[in-house]
Design a protein around this ligand. Structure first.
Ligand SMILES: [Zn+2]
Length: 114
């Protein structure tokens, strides 16, 4: 027997049902403000069945899924890879002064705590 379904395709964070059953992210203590794009959710539905609530989600590229962003003059953390002294690459966080980061580059920063 087929299951009933009512699938909708929200086309962005402002669409109806975009945040249905998407929880708010807990605020990371190093981040200042709710993300202006995803309003603290970090992700939104791009497809959701309003009957079963099975869904597919997109990660917010403004806050990289954190739901919260850095504001003001705090340095902005960007992910990077460096070679350790033993020659192995490893992830590091480079903190860039806020005034040196373009608005359109902010989405690449605002990291979750390493
Ligand atoms: Zn966001």
């Amino acid at each position: 027997m087929p299951h009933a379904s009512n699938i909708v395709y929200p086309d962005g964070p402002d669409a109806p049902h975009a945040f249905d059953i998407v929880p708010l992210k807990p605020r990371n203590g190093t981040l200042d403000a709710m993300c202006p794009v995803c309003h603290g959710h970090g992700e939104w539905n791009v497809e959701i069945d309003l009957v079963s609530f099975r869904c597919k989600r997109a990660i917010c590229d403004r806050c990289s899924g954190a739901g919260w962003v850095e504001t003001g003059d705090d340095p902005v953390g960007f992910p990077d890879i460096e070679l350790a002294p033993n020659g192995q690459p490893h992830w590091v966080t480079n903190y860039i002064p806020r005034e040196d980061v373009d608005e359109e580059d902010l989405g690449g920063g605002n990291l979750l705590a390493p």
